[in-house]
Design a protein. Sequence first.
Length: 114
Amino acid sequence: QVRLAESGGGLVQPGGSLKLSCEIPTNIQVYGMGWYRQSPRLQRDMVATINVVDGTTYADSAKGRFTISRDKSNNMVHLQMTNLQPADTGVYYCSAWFRENSYWGQGIQVTVSS
């Protein structure tokens, strides 16, 4: 089973920044990659996505504060988060997909609290 490896979560004060990173295995074919946040209803909501031609999408709550990027040489996808607020708290999941195949990380906790 392919599992993506996430890193970079933690505790940060309101207004602070965090950078999440995810390593994409080289033995899978990928078109899109993204970050999702699990809601209290256990639904995974899209935060940001990027594809192999660097097209990006953002949730309205992330626009202007978060930036998703790819490090092609190291097979990594990053999510730079700035001006974090308590509403950003949650478990963040990295995902990668190609056609009907999708892959997920185990999730990483981000807590925004004073």
